[in-house]
Design a protein. Sequence first.
Length: 703
Amino acid sequence: MKHFSGRWLWAALLILVLSVVGGLLLAGRSRVESAGGTGIVELAFTGTLSTSNGAPIANQYQRVLLNVSSVRLNTSTDLSLSDSASGWITIPLPAGMPTNIPTQFINTSLNFGSSGTLLTAPLSILQLDLMPLQNLPVFFNLARVPAETYGQIELVLDSTPPGNAVPLCPQSAPAGEGCVTYPAAFASQSGLRAQFVNGYAVPLNSVQPLVVNIAVTVGSPPAADPSTASVLINPVITPQDNLLSSGVTFSPALGIVTGTVTNFDLNTTTVTAEYAGTNQIVATTKLQTDGTFLLNLPASPAPNATSYDFYVSGNGAYVVRSHVAVSSQGTAPGSPPTTDLGILVVPGSTFGSLSGTIADACNGIAIEAATLRLLVPDTTTAGSATTCDLTGEPPAIPSNCVTVATAATDDLGHYPLPSTPLLSTPFTNVPVSPPPGVAHYNLEISGAGFNTTVPQVAAGLSCPTSRFPNSCSFNLEHGYLTGSVQLSGSNNTGNRLNAMVMAEDSGTDNIENLALATIPGSSASGTFTIAVPDANPSSDAIPVSNYDVFAAVQNLFQGLPQPNSGYLIGTAASVGAPPADCATIGIPALSPMGCTGLGSVFGSVDNANPSTTSVRLSKNGVQIMETEPNSIGVAPNGNSYNFCAPSDSYELTHYESGIAESSVPITLARPVTVGAPCATICQDGNPKGTCLLCQPVAAPTLP
């Protein structure tokens, strides 16, 4: 998996998804306060993965996903109750939220047209990736339900198929190919319903957390390929009992955040929680009549913590708090850890709006899907920055800055997008006065392939450096890299090959942009030009002085696109950067990309912390893949991780909070040759009548 910077186009989709979730939380609570006979259920999932043969899941499977259709409640405790019986209350999918795979993480081989799970948003299912769910809950949805005591809960999965799995390379034969996607099939469905041990009470006009653990036992890796074999799964759900502490109902799997707002308006004031340093809204709530509030948030169990930003908005100037540590109780005894934000005083302010256009500085063409984030610094800590102007070398946004509003541009480069029931427009309701002690707002503007710029927004919502008066309109700068990808020999597949080329800040996993290089049939190479931030932009923009570039070829297996490629990954490290706006530099050809077949590696990390630990896979000094967030450090699987990649030599590096701790070299074993009938990741219907079967490798423990 690969980490994307905030500059990537996914931000437009992310804004929609997060606005939907935030809107549901906000609207749900508001409806409850005025409705009779109902309460709100705040549903979250956790996950537990095991294998039927007892081996650690990370040693056998790269990914296990469930296709969730809905969740249902019933007051009856009779688990044999018909699906068509009366009394079922459905908690539906959250509109516009197709997956819990973070949008800043991609599988490089899935970014070709509509085949990718993140490019195509299914409307009828929510695809749950169970690996990160083992460490951190994920919210499913809020729903208004009758205020009753419920006796049972049902998880409704899609039937065609109920999920998917990606096994690692097989450790014994006979076996199907590893590192390709298999459909899941039920070993049993009896665990999809469960009774509430003590009943699940939803009091009138209340908001009740409901955390459901999904424990999935995964069968042995398949003995044949996906066209004839599937992976057996046995999902069992267990609703976790809520507890009561000081009159507050809470779930041990969620962190509790409280506070009191003064100078508020019950109709408009809200408190919003985001993952720290991002615009990823996790929850939004209104206030109680006395100004108090309570948020239940996904958080690592104490003594670990998950970091959040908070902001108060709606009736005056913003109040912000940055990088607040939130912990859940987990399985520890005693009272739950509570994070108290204290007294949050809302300064008075009238409201206005921010709007304008974003264009390409080189040609004046409108930039579609640019992301705009309004920033406010948290000045409560002595010595912290009082503006969000770029600072340091290389220039960066101060870490105490909080995103208080997000917008995206349309196909004409205009922002904000029109308001819809699923998409709020906070840029139309901005306090004209920054908080006391803050001289001005800053507007972070980013787009794939452009220098991120951070202009000032003065009190009164004027933009001194806008290219047009009476608006906040800006140009984004960039340059170009041009180069080529090459195969080890001619493309004899009979079809063109598409290679996705990625440019990232050198020595990091921060991808700036993507481009497609096409290798025609009978040819051995293809060219590309990719827009990237330049090295010497304007003073309010972030420069990038050096790039690493890599490319992955899309593979089909039995006619279907796959998340992993059997072609060698082409790389070119430290290729430099365009020296000025609109400049182009040529870079060396990327290393050859012959099809060698797949391989996989699994290993463990000493003393892993799910919130901070990651492992990255590099080739020739270029970072290629990274483990998913919160996927390492899961009992009973130890601190395990894995990768699927082409058979080649790499380096594995253990990172803590983005800082490299240790590295080991690793060579993924070459596939073995198997006879027909068979399928292969490199070429279906191999004319020689043989195919490649990938092989696993165990890595040394990373200290």
